[in-house]
Structures are given as C-alpha cells and as structure tokens.
Design a protein around this ligand. Structure first.
Ligand SMILES: NC(=O)c1ccc[n+]([C@@H]2O[C@H](COP(=O)([O-])OP(=O)(O)OC[C@H]3O[C@@H](n4cnc5c(N)ncnc54)[C@H](O)[C@@H]3O)[C@@H](O)[C@H]2O)c1
Length: 213
C-alpha cells in the first residue's frame, strides 16, 4: 500500500511500534505477536494488526512476527532505510536543538547544512553542522541536490524562505514555524505543532484539577 493511502494516525503510530520493537529486539526477543504488542502499548489489537498489515508485514497465524522482519518492514515503509540530505534554516534555539539531535539519521534524514540571517551565527558550526548565510540558500540547495528543508525561523519569514527552497529544488518541508505555507500542491509540507500537543496537555491538567476540587 502506498504511504499516501495509509491513514495519518497509522503513520503516527508506526514510530511507536518501531521503538518498542527495537527495545524488545535489544532484549533478545525474536518473535512478537500483535496481541503482545497491543497489550504492551495499550493499543487495541485490531488496530495493531491493521497498522502492521499496512506495512506489508505478514506474520504467521498463531506464531506472530519475527521482530527483525517487522523492524525492516517499518523501516522500508517509512523510507527510513534510505538517507536524504536536509538543510535547516534558522539556527536559533529550536534549530540548534534539532541540529544536536542524532536520532534523525535513523529516520533517513541527514541535516548537512544550516542557514541563518544573523552574522553572529554564520561561519560557525553547531553540533558539527556548518551555518551559512541565508543568501547562499538557493545556490547551496542546487549545488548539493538537497531535497528536504527544515524551517525553524520566525513565522513572518517562513513563506519567503519556503518559496526560495522550493524554487531551488526542495520537494518536502518540515515546518516548525507557526504559519500555513502556501506552496505548489506537489510539495510535501509537514507542520510540527508542539503547541497543539501542549494545548491537549494543559487542558487535561485543568480538567483533572477541576475533578479533584
Ligand atoms: N512548531 C513548534 O512546535 C515550535 C516550537 C517552538 C518554536 N517554534 C517556532 O520555531 C521558530 C524558531 O523559534 P526559536 O525559539 O528557535 O527562535 P530563535 O529566535 O531562537 O531562532 C530563530 C533563528 O532564525 C534566524 N532567522 C530569522 N530570520 C531569518 C531569515 N529570514 N533567514 C534565516 N534565518 C533567519 C534568527 O537569526 C535566529 O537564529 C519560531 O517560528 C517559533 O515560533 C515552533
């Protein structure tokens, strides 16, 4: 099944399965059933079966899945077994934190260059990644054949920089700026919204407090 035909909630659950499978694999477990996964992860077993089927992984009835095979199926399905170069624009607080996180490599994204408008940032390396002047963005994307862009700049700068990225050949943007980007339909835009998660979290806290009062 192509990833586009798979419901987004399934795509969001797959990394959870992946990390769980990595853990039990490290512990030496070779076979896992959807039932065990469902119990351990607190997700309904029907849902787990559907999600795993979407990756094309075929377990054996009454036996389960080989953990190594499931890991490989999820990696292939999420395109985590290939590596693509990405550039990040906005080497500030959030951008620097992302540059310092080594886990994206495992998800097939290698941030090879960062760009910033501030002279104090340019010419430095942040967690080993060189920071170039943003004026060089277009040329660098073309020269290095970078296809993924990460936006960690203020919202009022994001549309312009996204357009520069797309004009230079970027096909997918991981957007952290709180703005809806208007870009050609064939460009993949994934918006990251920690605030949305925080809103749910805060609301739950306030409901819990009211229940206790
Ligand atoms: N999506 C989320 O969950 C989430 C969470 C935190 C922050 N954010 C957003 O991420 C963005 C960055 O936040 P921050 O706290 O890192 O801010 P910051 O001020 O620390 O960093 C912004 C960086 O962008 C650079 N910059 C500004 N304009 C630029 C341009 N035109 N070209 C290149 N670089 C430019 C600045 O010099 C600075 O280094 C903001 O839009 C913020 O709202 C999103």
């Amino acid at each position: 099944m192509p990833a586009s035909a798979v419901p987004t909630p399934t795509l969001r659950r797959l990394p959870k399965y992946y990390h769980y499978l990595q853990r039990i694999h490290m512990e030496g477990q070779e076979i896992v059933s959807a039932t065990q996964m469902a119990e351990d992860l607190g997700i309904h077993h029907t849902q787990v079966r559907k999600d795993l089927a979407a990756t094309g992984s075929q377990g054996k009835p009454k036996v389960g899945h080989r953990v190594a095979d499931l890991l490989a199926s999820i990696e292939t399905f999420l395109n985590w077994n290939t590596s693509s170069d990405a550039c990040l624009v906005g080497a500030g607080n959030l951008g620097s934190a992302l540059l310092g996180y080594s886990g994206f490599d495992r998800a097939g994204i290698r941030i090879t260059a960062a760009f910033d408008a501030h002279p104090a940032k340019v010419g430095k390396k942040i967690h080993g990644v060189p920071v170039f002047p943003v004026e060089k963005l277009d040329e660098a994307i073309r020269r290095l054949h970078i296809t993924i862009g990460i936006l960690t700049i203020p919202a009022d700068r994001a549309q312009h920089i996204a357009e520069v990225m797309v004009g230079a050949g970027i096909r997918a943007i991981w957007n952290f700026a709180p703005i809806t980007l208007t870009l050609p339909e064939d460009i993949i835009v994934e918006n990251v919204e920690l605030y949305a998660s925080l809103a749910i979290f805060s609301r739950k806290l306030s409901e819990r407090a009211k229940q206790k009062a």
